[in-house]
Design a protein around this ligand. Structure first.
Ligand SMILES: [Zn+2]
Length: 280
């Protein structure tokens, strides 16, 4: 069933665990994520990032995401990831998305507040939830991006508290030491900062760049207050490896055999991620 982000994060809050949010810019990833969620009988968030528009337009995949969420046996939130402008946010809401993230983190603070408030007002008309971000989680989903220093981009807890109060958002993406994409150096999470931001803002926190963080660090972050983790790169890469393995084993004539191998491999990766997010 289709649900908004607020209800999914309430579930995570009650269980003191975390919900996985997976970008699904093609049908194979979408099927892999929903198969995994149904196998685990757990809520899940499926997302379309605005930067994936060249790979997959939202007007094509969006209605499929909403339909599959409605038909799923588990609660599924359909969310816009990293909305960069209000026109695109409105497009997602008009397609039936139940949550949107507005990312004004690279804009001046006052402008980020103004546009995030506008997003909250707009989403409210649709009964949709809102996530926004301050502090910059560098890198990009789906792009290989090498990052050597993320320290200057950490979210300031006091500013985070002001931002949540001024905007009325349901969840805050905080920069606490992760990056998007693949890591060039070992990630260094600031657990104390997660706790401080959680206490000072009072909203569920979101960690972007969930790939490549150890199980131990991921679960430590969840215990400190992370309730949603955006996870994409390793899942997508698992699909590539699944295809490579099949091609090494035998000659493949039909594309659907490659697609199915990718789905199986990504489903396996999502199952592992979901178990980690459930603190298993
Ligand atoms: Zn992100």
């Amino acid at each position: 069933m289709l649900v908004n982000m607020k209800s999914v994060l309430e579930y995570a809050g009650q269980k003191q665990c975390c919900i996985g949010a997976f970008d699904t810019p093609n049908l194979e990833i979408l099927m892999a994520v929903l198969n995994a969620a149904e196998k685990r009988k757990e809520p899940v968030i499926i997302q379309h990032a605005q930067l994936h528009e060249p790979e997959m337009p939202i007007h094509v995949i969006g209605p499929i995401m909403v339909r599959m969420a409605q038909e799923a046996d588990v609660p599924v939130c359909v969310m816009l990831d990293h909305g960069e402008d209000l026109d695109y946010v409105k497009k997602a809401l008009d397609l039936g998305f139940s949550a949107v993230m507005f990312d004004g983190s690279s804009r001046p603070y006052e402008e980020n507040v103004r546009l995030t408030r506008e997003t909250v007002r707009l989403a409210g008309q649709y009964g949709a939830s809102v996530e926004a971000e301050i502090g910059v989680v560098t890198g990009h989903e789906g792009k290989v991006f090498e990052v050597t220093s993320v320290e200057e981009a950490y979210t300031d807890p006091e500013l985070a508290a002001d931002f949540v109060k001024a905007t009325g958002i349901d969840a805050l993406a905080a920069s606490v030491g992760t990056v998007h994409g693949f890591y060039a150096t070992k990630p260094k999470l600031d657990f104390g900062r997660i706790e401080t931001i959680r206490e000072m803002t009072g909203v569920p926190l979101v960690m972007h760049g969930g790939s490549g963080i150890s199980v131990e660090d991921t679960q430590h972050a969840i215990r400190c207050g992370i309730r949603k983790i955006n996870y994409f790169s390793y899942m997508s890469n698992a699909g590539v490896k699944g295809v490579q393995k099949l091609l090494a084993e035998k000659e493949v004539k039909y594309f659907h055999d490659l697609a199915n191998a990718a789905i199986r491999a990504m489903e396996e990766d999502v199952l592992q991620a979901m178990a980690m997010f459930a603190l298993e």
